[in-house]
Design a protein around this ligand. Structure first.
Ligand SMILES: [Zn+2]
Length: 381
């Protein structure tokens, strides 16, 4: 047994010896994975992991960017459709307003009156579909793109008496000072006028020359920008003012202060009035510059009419003459025609209309209109 055991051990020993190469091989492989090599392998594995992570991060980043763009596109589409429906509603509202609606909002009225300058920005934003101008009626006042409109079509209530607009007055004062520095003397001939003052002024012209002639240069009561306190007649209201140094300076510079020559030469068919180089209207600097540079009058720019027969309560010249007790045509011309036709100089009946001239003391407005130190002879158009 012992022998056997020994043999067995020897055999085992032999067996071990025989297997040595295998053990060597294993040892060799163990040697290959030396600490440096293990470290190297670990480094490689680390790099691979890092690359995978980097690729993953890149993929996430790309997906995020795509998602962001997608969200932006969706937002843009939603905004566009919102804006389109908003425009549609606005246009519908505008149509309603034009027909009848009268909003009761006194506070917004005051705001709108003072903020003529803000308008062009809004208009520029919606340039592609520009023709649609927003018309609103607030307490009998008509605002188009937030600009108060007073002309032959659009009137202001009889009792509307805001006085001169403070922004317009400040702008005029600044302009007057700058003109003086250029050696040009500008002054207010006529600024704010009440309904009654305009009534008397218009009546006087209509009485002297007839309604048809008066309508060419004088506003009927309730239809004057002077009642809105947004305009000035500068220096002389005689046609001789045209071409003077003062008129030229005014035309060249008034837009820098927010004013426009309201009734420009050649725009009579739009404004409804003959050329008035002295009548400036405050609309804010931005709009004033745009209108002046484009050579557009307010009616052209806003697509509006200026015609008494298109007013909410149209009044023909015949009806106006009847209301005032004056003639439509030139009263003197009527006389001359009668004279020629009859071959006599007897025009007594026509010429003497003294009774009509007396309108109960209204004509006397105290001689001069005091607007705080400015020379104002109470005349103007
Ligand atoms: Zn005027």
């Amino acid at each position: 047994m012992n022998d056997n055991d020994n043999r067995n051990i020897r055999d085992d020993g032999d067996a071990v010896n025989e297997l040595t190469p295998i053990i060597d091989y294993e040892d060799l492989s163990h040697v290959v994975l030396s600490p440096e090599e293990q470290a190297y392998e670990a480094m490689i594995r680390q790099r691979i992991r890092e690359r995978r992570r980097a690729a993953e991060r890149k993929r996430i980043k790309r997906n995020r960017t795509v998602a962001l763009i997608l969200v932006m596109v969706i937002v843009l589409i939603v905004c566009r459709s919102c804006y389109a429906s908003h425009r549609k509603k606005r246009d519908e509202k505008k149509a309603n307003t034009e027909v009848s609606a009268v909003e009761k909002n006194t506070s917004s009225k005051k705001e709108e009156t003072d903020s003529g300058a803000e308008v062009p920005a809004k208009t520029a934003e919606s340039k592609p579909e520009e023709p649609a101008h927003k018309i609103r009626e607030v307490d009998g006042l008509t605002f188009v793109d937030d600009i108060l409109i007073v002309n032959k079509t659009y009137s202001v209530p009889d009792d509307y008496a805001p006085g001169i607009n403070s922004a317009a007055q400040a702008a005029f004062d600044e302009m007057m000072n700058d003109a003086l520095n250029d050696g040009v003397y500008l002054y207010v001939n006529s600024g704010y006028r009440s309904y009654d003052e305009q009534y008397n002024l218009y009546y006087n012209y209509a009485y002297d020359r007839g309604v048809a002639e008066a309508d060419k240069y004088s506003s009927r009561p309730g239809h004057s920008e002077h009642q809105a306190g947004l305009c000035f007649d500068v220096n002389s209201t005689e046609n001789s003012f045209a071409g003077t140094t003062e008129a030229k300076w005014l035309a060249a510079h008034c837009s820098d202060y927010g004013f426009i020559i309201r009734f420009p030469k050649g725009k009579e068919k739009y404004t409804g009035y003959e050329y008035e180089p002295w009548h400036i209207r405050f609309v804010g600097i931005e709009l004033a510059k745009e209108l002046t540079s484009k050579n557009l009058c307010l009616e052209e720019y806003l697509g509006l009419t200026s015609d008494y027969t298109l007013a909410k309560e149209p009044v023909s010249q015949e009806k106006m003459a009847e209301q005032l007790g004056v003639t439509v045509g030139d009263p003197n011309e009527v006389d001359e025609t009668a004279e020629t036709d009859s071959g006599s100089y007897d025009n007594g009946g026509y010429y003497d209309n003294g009774g009509n001239y007396d309108n109960g003391g209204n004509y006397d407005n105290g001689g001069y209109y005091d607007n705080g130190g400015y020379y104002d002879n109470g005349y103007g158009y």
